[in-house]
Design a protein around this ligand. Structure first.
Ligand code: NAP
Length: 253
């Protein structure tokens, strides 16, 4: 997809879990629209490769290793942004885990803790670190999921953590306004590594496509386009909202 507009010129974006999939697509789109991007994930090699790929597209990019549940690495991510660019305008909280397909009543406490830590708590703690560096007019974007509306088998507790992000978005928007807008994206099913256990199973894939009004899976670029809009001044009167990018898949709580 050719990106022609430069809505984010002069802005600085930090994106977690952004060396592949939706996070990388978001970082790339923000970068192509003019933002300097700070990307991150758990593995140095992935960070280096993603930074090189972004730079090859003419994007100003730096990287930091950041496992979102590691306090020191979260600080390192924020420090990397501030040292390189002085401030933060856009923060995309994109990391998530789904370590088990067990039902909620069978789920081990350690798995419940991990789901809460990575999918919810890490976003809060990262924002606590980043908040002093967010400029007036900044935009926080939290990546939830269509499954937050319909926590279904194999994704049930993961879905509940994604439901929590809808509330977190509202609460943070109230706390961080008027200088910072906080919004959320609920992607539909996108064929990434994370969702491969669903999207590579032909029966499940067909069923997911059937559920959508537009009769297709999502693309990482669909999520990136929504993030770029929310990050831009085109969304300057939008806060505390969740945009569902799921091709019409049912999305009522
Ligand atoms: P993905 O393609 O598998 O990419 C995951 C990325 O996250 C990689 O860059 C990985 O790099 C990094 N990562 C994994 N665990 C991390 C951690 N603890 N801390 C920091 N980085 C981490 O996944 P995706 O499908 O794009 O998912 C991204 C987000 O979209 C998640 O919040 C997910 O819940 C949401 N989502 C996805 C779908 C879907 O269908 N794909 C649907 C709805 C919502 P390293 O291995 O180097 O850490």
């Amino acid at each position: 997809m050719e990106v022609k507009c430069r809505r984010l010129e002069g802005k600085v974006a930090v994106v977690t879990a952004s060396t592949q999939g939706i996070g990388l697509a978001i970082a790339q789109r923000l970068g192509l629209e003019g933002a300097a991007v700070v990307i991150s994930s758990r593995k140095q090699k992935n960070v280096d490769e993603a930074v090189e790929g972004l730079k090859a597209k003419g994007i100003t990019a730096v990287g930091a290793v950041c496992h979102v549940s590691d306090a020191q690495q979260r600080k390192h991510l924020v420090d990397t942004a501030v040292k390189n660019f002085g401030h933060i305008d856009i923060l995309v909280s994109n990391a998530a885990a789904n370590p088990s397909v067990d039902g909620i009543l069978e789920m081990k406490e350690s798995v419940l803790d991990k789901l809460w830590d990575i999918n919810v708590k890490a976003s809060i703690l990262l924002l606590q670190d980043a908040a002093p560096h967010l400029r007036k007019g900044s935009s926080v974007i939290i990546i939830s999921s269509i499954v937050g509306y319909n926590p279904e088998p194999a994704l049930s507790m993961y879905g509940v953590t994604k439901t929590a992000l809808f509330g977190l978005t509202k609460a943070l928007a109230a706390e961080m306004g008027p200088n910072t807008r906080v919004n959320c994206i609920a992607p539909g099913f996108v064929p990434t590594r994370f969702a491969s256990f669903l999207t590579t199973n032909e029966t499940i894939k067909k069923e997911l496509i059937e559920r959508s009004t537009l009769k297709r899976l999502g693309a990482v670029e669909d999520m990136a386009a929504a993030a770029a809009f929310l990050a831009s001044d085109d969304a300057s009167f939008i806060t505390a909202e969740t945009i569902v990018v799921a091709g019409g898949t049912q999305s009522r709580l």
